[in-house]
Design a protein around this ligand. Structure first.
Ligand SMILES: CCCCCCCC/C=C\CCCCCCCCCCCCC/C=C/C(=O)SCCNC(=O)CCNC(=O)[C@H](O)C(C)(C)COP(=O)(O)OP(=O)(O)OC[C@H]1O[C@@H](n2cnc3c(N)ncnc32)[C@H](O)[C@@H]1OP(=O)(O)O
Ligand SMILES: Cc1cc2nc3c(=O)[nH]c(=O)nc-3n(C[C@H](O)[C@H](O)[C@H](O)COP(=O)(O)OP(=O)(O)OC[C@H]3O[C@@H](n4cnc5c(N)ncnc54)[C@H](O)[C@@H]3O)c2cc1C
Length: 659
């Protein structure tokens, strides 16, 4: 007898008569049919392993027990790598990120930094010989590394880092030192308890001169005992808003000597006599950060997809209040206000992914040409990776919080998974370059391009001024032009502000600081233009069936109008937008909300996120929300006895005290 599978009747209804093929969208997002098959096989392989399941929810464990439990699972996952049905790199990518990996390691993988930064740093900064020495050991997990750059006193301002590596030509060694408390490394993931090696960024001194920050390969712990080596002061920094099993750590050096060959010398070298050989570009040592900024865009998008799926399914199960007097309480998704909360982030997941795909392609192209010594694409890659990392992380964090709020009280439960998703996404606003600082980097590139009439592909529109009438056209292509005008206009306003400040007698750095608000707005407009253009162009260029194209085009239109309505001042200011245009866009927007609403569940279904990955009773495929919430509550240690011992210890004496 086959067991009947429960499906909430409202969700069942939502899923009936879907006008498009969900599987086609799944394949589109995965990058092809074969990729979908491979991903599903991998998910089944990992998620069916009983040893990877939690005996109790993580929330109920102590800080140290959480770490130990996640390290156990993380190591087990690594043992499973060899038999994975997907390729090694594919498996690692899935296990380190917000998708499959987060189903097992909910608050961070203690060895993530090894793959996300340590190995990429070795590959990007090490010579062929250095790679031959350490990469295989790193691949085989004979050593586990991290990337130690940020210090207690400095994260953003890399030139201000204090850790010193002074070359001693007599012994042909570098001497590593932390000259003050603020020089201690502070934050690197996996550093606290897991890693036994690190790529350490330190100020290189040779022949009495500081040559700036450089990467050094440093052993931190004994390979057998795991005890810190002499002169190494290492530990964990304590609980954080999220990502609590990433064991972020601190690290100090008390005159630690390492051989000269442990300076990673792909781009710059120190010869035996202490002569310094410069890199072709002084920013090449920042390459590892560029890589992570690129992958973070993909990662926050996956997290956003999870949040939207949970909130959308829940909003179709949840019935509350009265829409039509006397009628049954409606699904909360039927309130236009709820659609306004959830459909823009739903649409954003597509826009962000398509833009992140473009960035990934640029990263690979630029990297290939840099391997041949051609640095031409580096400024564009730096500008675009900063812009997209900042935009995707900050928008995703806001959207995730909106999704949480859209679930009312139940969204506030830990088991809803919103706190963890938010904890991860909001961290991306800070790590790998604090967003404000990245916006200012982008602005620097835009101002330079506009003034010097020279720059890469992503900023070409600042050089080739658009010709023709400046009328407002509200087709998607017309809307892209509006975004372009805003991006150009806001750069010009920022430049005018800079010039105005100079005329007032400000020195260039003060003129810059006093124009920051305008500069940041210009950088954000540039990033939005890139996402909007990527969304519109990718749909135009893709081979999709008519029904899939229709729904994705509606999402695209909704999204690009949403941002205009959100920032209408910029469009009035720079794109000739009139009141009538805005009203027209507003009515188009609400029409689109109504048109997309019936397909919301089908769209999130097409993300094909398994219940284990969503990790939330609110978002499960079957919509059995209330039963699952009850089951979660039953796991609370406070519910294991009717009367907790603390009653006898504290409450009873109080009750009897006749205060
Ligand atoms: C078989 C195995 C294979 C391996 C397979 C691997 C698979 C797995 C891989 C991926 C997995 C995917 C899953 C993804 C999961 C993702 C996340 C999960 C884990 C979480 C990890 C979190 C880790 C966090 C780490 C960190 O935070 S590390 C520390 C980061 N720190 C920063 O970002 C510091 C920010 N500050 C700066 O970047 C800079 O200081 C600055 C603000 C840019 C200014 O620098 P400064 O030197 O002061 O510059 P100036 O002198 O002012 O010069 C400016 C000048 O330089 C140019 N510039 C600046 N930066 C760059 C750059 N990076 N590249 C190129 N150019 C640069 C800039 O444009 C200016 O140029 P001009 O003078 O010409 O204008
Ligand atoms: C979860 C997490 C994981 C991390 N992992 C690692 C890791 O693995 N390895 C590692 O090395 N580091 C890591 N970091 C550190 C991270 O890279 C830094 O925290 C980040 O670069 C910001 O630097 P900061 O903390 O010094 O902030 P600050 O630079 O001190 O920022 C404080 C404020 O000052 C503002 N500000 C600073 N400079 C400027 C400026 N020039 N103009 C305008 N405003 C400015 C910022 O916008 C911000 O509002 C991690 C951080 C987090 C939160």
């Amino acid at each position: 007898m086959t067991k009947e599978i429960y499906e909430n009747p409202d969700l069942k209804k939502e899923r009936q008569n879907c006008p498009f093929n969900k599987e086609e969208i799944t394949n589109f997002l995965d990058g092809g049919k074969e990729k979908t098959t491979e991903r599903r096989q991998l998910e089944t392989y990992i998620l069916s392993d009983e040893q990877l399941k939690d005996a109790v929810p993580m929330e109920y464990l102590s800080h140290a027990d959480k770490y130990a439990e996640e390290l156990r699972k993380s190591c087990l996952l690594m043992h499973k790598l060899a038999d994975s049905p997907a390729g090694q790199v594919q498996t690692l990518r899935a296990l380190m990120g917000a998708g499959l990996g987060s189903a097992i390691l909910k608050e961070g993988n203690p060895i993530a930094l090894h793959y996300v930064m340590f190995i990429p740093a070795l590959m990007g900064q090490g010579t062929v010989e250095q790679q031959a020495k350490w990469l295989e050991k790193a691949y085989n997990l004979n050593i586990i590394g991290t990337y130690a750059q940020t210090e207690l006193g400095h994260g953003t301002f890399l030139r201000g880092l204090e850790t010193k590596a002074t070359y001693d030509p007599v012994t042909k060694e570098f001497v590593l030192e932390s000259p003050s408390l603020t020089a201690y490394k502070w934050w690197p993931g996996s550093l606290g308890k897991t890693a036994n090696y690190a790529v350490v960024m330190a100020q290189l001194y040779t022949k009495g001169k500081c040559e700036g920050i450089h990467p050094f390969m440093v052993q931190l712990r004994d390979e057998e005992t795991h005890e810190p080596l002499p002169g190494i002061l290492v530990g964990e920094i304590g609980p954080k808003l999220g990502m609590n099993t990433n064991d972020n750590g601190y690290l100090g050096f008390d005159k630690v000597r390492i051989p000269r060959e442990q300076l990673l010398m792909k781009h710059s070298q120190v010869l035996e006599d202490g002569t310094y050989v410069k890199p072709t570009n002084s920013k090449l040592s920042y390459g590892t950060m560029v890589f992570v900024r690129v992958v973070v865009c993909q990662d926050v998008t996956v997290n956003l997809r999870k949040a939207v799926t949970i909130a959308t399914r829940y909003s179709c199960v949840r019935r509350q209040s009265e829409l039509k007097p006397g009628d049954r309480e409606p699904q909360v998704m039927d309130y236009q206000a709820q659609q306004h909360k959830l459909l823009p982030p739903l649409a954003a997941t597509f826009g962000f992914q398509l833009a992140a795909d473009h960035l990934w392609n640029l990263y690979n192209t630029a990297n290939n040409s840099m391997e041949q010594g051609d640095m031409e694409l580096l400024p564009d890659l730096h500008g675009l990776s900063c812009a997209l990392k900042a935009l995707c992380s900050s928008e995703a964090a806001n959207f995730v919080e909106t999704c949480r709020q859209s679930c009312g009280g139940h969204g506030y439960m830990s088991c809803s998974n919103f706190p963890r998703i938010y904890g991860q996404v909001t961290a991306a606003i800070t790590y790998e370059g604090e967003n404000t600082v990245l916006w200012l980097q982008v602005a620097r590139y835009l101002v330079k391009t506009r003034k010097e009439k020279s720059g890469g592909l992503s900023v070409k529109y600042l050089i080739d001024e658009e010709k023709g009438p400046r009328t407002v056209d509200t087709t998607p292509e017309g809307i892209v032009k509006l975004y372009r005008r805003v991006a150009v206009g806001l750069v010009d306003i920022a430049i005018a502000e800079l010039e105005n400040n100079s005329r007032k007698g400000y020195a260039p750095h003060d003129a810059w600081n006093h124009a920051a608000v305008h500069l940041i707005k210009a950088a954000q407009a540039h990033a939005r233009l890139f996402v909007v253009e990527s969304f519109v162009d990718s749909l135009k260029g893709s081979r999709l069936s008519a029904p899939v194209r229709a729904i994705l085009s509606q999402l695209c239109e909704l999204f690009i109008i949403y941002w205009i309505l959100d920032r209408s001042g910029d469009f009035f200011l720079c794109a000739n937008l009139k009141k009538e245009d805005l009203l027209q866009l507003n009515s188009k927007y609400v029409q689109l909300l109504a048109a997309i609403r019936p397909q919301a569940v089908n769209i999130v279904d097409s993300f094909d996120l398994r219940d284990e990955i969503l990790g939330s009773p609110l978002g499960c495929w079957d919509g059995n929300v209330y039963q699952r919430l009850f089951d979660e509550a039953a796991k609370s240690p406070l519910n294991q006895k009717n009367v907790h011992e603390s009653f006898h210890k504290y409450l009873k004496p109080l009750l009897k005290s006749n205060l």
